[in-house]
Design a binder for this molecule. Structure first.
Ligand SMILES: Nc1ncnc2c1ncn2[C@@H]1O[C@H](COP(=O)(O)OP(=O)(O)OP(=O)(O)O)[C@@H](O)[C@H]1O
Ligand SMILES: [Mg+2]
Length: 220
């Protein structure tokens, strides 16, 4: 299922300079893509637009060859996309397993099916034994892996991650990166913003964002 940005321009205010400038790009399917670029170049903005969290000032997002209308964005976002943010956001008083079920419950999946999928996803990220623990008892790297499990449990077509290893040490970064790249479901396209060249090097392709344009290749 192709994801495409077509002549996307985005500015945050009427007078402000565009962050993205007539950007057109077709994201290759079923692969891992690292997005790199200087701070402030628009990586988070790009992810938010591609993930239907933000409507571009101009241009369109196309999924499966069809333009996504504003009315469709909410439903498609829940059904097709999974998110992992830099800052961990979990229900801290609830169990690890309850948290891992959330993206499935948001889609209307039955509770027992959601629980089974959550258990599978937790095992994939090395948290198989942690299901009953409360989320607030996990370490930073474990919490980040819980966020990955929550996103992948619903088998999203597009998995978007914004600097998921930004706050982690080297060894934990390696585990989290592997959980994302190798733990993502078959057929899932991973789009990951990273400042870490070692993380980018593990992805199939690096995309560089500069001057509001996206190009293939480039250094982190
Ligand atoms: N809500 C907003 N209102 C106004 N300007 C914004 C807003 N969000 C982002 N910007 C500006 O748009 C530009 C791109 O921001 P963005 O967060 O996409 O950059 P980034 O590449 O993700 O940077 P970083 O690597 O520091 O996270 C920046 O100059 C930023 O100040
Ligand atoms: Mg950012």
């Amino acid at each position: 299922m192709p994801l495409e940005l077509r002549t996307v321009t985005h500015r945050y205010g009427p007078g402000s300079p565009p962050v993205l400038r007539g950007l057109s790009f077709v994201f290759p399917e079923d692969c891992s893509l690292a997005v790199v670029g200087p701070s402030g170049s628009g990586k988070t903005t790009l992810l938010a637009i591609a993930g239907l969290l933000l409507a571009p000032s101009e241009g369109e997002v196309r999924i499966d060859g069809k333009e996504v209308s504003r009315g469709q964005a909410g439903e498609l976002r829940t059904r097709l996309f999974g998110w992992v943010f830099q800052t961990v956001n979990v229900l801290s008083g609830r169990s690890v397993e309850d948290n891992a079920m959330l993206s499935l419950l948001a889609r209307g999946t039955r509770e027992e099916d959601a629980r089974a999928a959550a258990q599978g996803a937790l095992a994939t990220v090395g948290l198989g034994e942690f299901g009953e623990r409360r989320a607030n008892s996990l370490s930073g790297g474990e919490l980040q892996r819980l966020c990955i499990a929550r996103a992948v449990a619903a088998k999203p077509r597009f998995l978007l991650a914004d600097e998921p290893t930004g706050q982690l040490d080297g060894a934990t970064t390696e585990r989290v990166t592997r959980a994302l790249i190798e733990g993502r479901p078959k057929g899932t396209t991973l789009l990951m913003v990273t400042h870490d060249p070692l993380v980018a090097a593990q992805c199939d392709l690096t995309l560089a964002l500069q001057d509001g344009q996206l190009s293939i290749g480039g250094m982190a």
